[in-house]
Design a protein around this ligand. Sequence first.
Ligand SMILES: *Cc1c(COP(=O)(O)O)cnc(C)c1O
Length: 475
Amino acid sequence: MKTIFEKSNGVDGIGVCDEEIKIEGIIPKSLLREGKIGLPQLSELEVLRHYKELSDRNFCIEKGFYPLGSCTMKYNPKVNELLASLEGFANLHPLQEEEDSQGALELMYNLQEKLKYITGMDAVTLQPAAGAHGELTGMMIIKKYFEVRGETNRTKVIIPDSAHGTNPASAKMCGFDIVEVKSNERGQVDLEALKSLLDENVAAIMMTNPNTLGIFEEKVLEISKLMHDNGSLLYYDGANFNAVMGWTNPALMGFDVVHLNLHKTFATPHGGGGPGAGPVGVVASLKDYLPAPVIEFDGNKYYRNYNIKHSIGKVRSFYGNFGVLVRAYAYILMMGNNLKLASADAVLNANYIKEKLKGIYDLPYDEPCMHEFVLSGEKQHAEGVSTLGIAKRLMDDNIHPPTVYFPLIVHEAIMIEPTESESKEVLDNFINIMLKIAEEIKTNPEEVLKAPQKTPVKRVDETQAARHPNLAFPL
Ligand SMILES: *Cc1c(COP(=O)(O)O)cnc(C)c1O
């Protein structure tokens, strides 16, 4: 497919101004462009066709099964879009006076309350714009908490070897030193290894539960007692909350800070880089450290409270990605107690696929899984096709590849998360295709290595794309 620059045919798509604008004396010479700007010139219809063609080449949940582990590609109900585009929400200026924006403030307040209920936390900020941003916010809160207490010796953060890469990155950005704790043979934090790491310099542990192997950390209460007895705090990475809703919560497990990904669990569209929302909840003792403002209600009106004693400051302009908040709130209201059912179905679907595929593909941790599970393609790798080849082959059957090569502790990892949205027919079709690919690898691996053949873009040079990305069209 040609780029829009190559399609450019000199047609004026849109007339901005008939008269030449005199800029002499207004803009300093040093700031003026020397050559032509080189924008593509096409009619409006041709531009439209170009972008339609591009969007048709893209894969999305509306086109097919999308079992991308750790990403929760569930159905995003279209009514959420309708509500987020209501004029009063979509066109509201963030600097609008409080008395003119009571509806939006009420929505944010109510969403904070719902998320408090779902997580068991005592206070929530909606500001962070993504999961990793929520982690950073949470770690900044923990850092400031220890600073205010004069415990600046607490410089270490413990993170399991199964963790999402953003966890160590966020803690490190906050200035903490990362200490890794090993997982045991059941894919859970090794308690003895954890004990050996504890001292007066440990600020916190960052955990995901269920962890990135899709396994519930059964020792979580013992871990939280160990940490609290050590004077340390517990951070809960709740990006993947899809197994947990209504069944338990991070407060019951003993956590002090939690972030959620509203994109992912609470059905707002994602993939391709945003916008998202990563609200952070904290226990009462950390309430005074939240970013300002928090939305509050005085019994009469909703207002922005900037008066937060030890606030870490602002982490995002205005109040976060408001459109995402509207969608998530709509989803939570629509689902109500059925959120609990959604989690149950997500867990059931993952276990169903796991049981049908284990044996044909290796299952390194043969445990009941939560919303997702991790296979290993080692056997297939030995037969001549690596996990990457399996992922590419799935695309020819209109299935988005699962997450591959993550978590890092599983060789040739294939991480599958079906979500609750899919019917048994879709799951069975996926299972059959995975079994067929395993068979093809045995009989004809060369053919599998040619995939994908039916997609608009065939096999790309991944190394070249990662090491030498060429993102600009040479003008
Ligand atoms: C997705 C994810 C994150 C990061 O979320 P972003 O919104 O992409 O920043 C963090 N932790 C886990 C476990 C995740 O799955």
